[in-house]
Design a protein around this ligand. Structure first.
Ligand SMILES: [Zn+2]
Length: 80
């Protein structure tokens, strides 16, 4: 009973830890401005479709203003 509770708690704690890491990343990289992207910085997923690196998908970083955004080859803005 006690062990079971601990395992349930650790499952609940893991996503909370990850989320606070993500928030910390956004604080560090974007300052007080709200970042419209939900993705983590280290995962580098497309800002628009949230595709990550996978077979046939390339993700490119683009500096837009002060923010680094990532785009797959389909959504990469060509005029910036
Ligand atoms: Zn995309």
């Amino acid at each position: 009973m006690r062990l079971r509770l601990i395992s349930v708690m650790s499952q609940l704690l893991v996503p909370r830890v990850d989320r606070s890491k993500i928030l910390l990343f956004q604080e560090l990289y974007f300052g007080k401005k709200k970042a419209p992207i939900k993705s983590t910085v280290k995962e580098a997923v497309c800002t628009i479709c949230e595709k990550g690196l996978e077979e046939g998908v390339s993700v490119t970083g683009k500096q837009i203003g002060q923010k680094m955004r990532f785009f797959c080859q389909y959504h990469l803005p060509k005029d910036i």
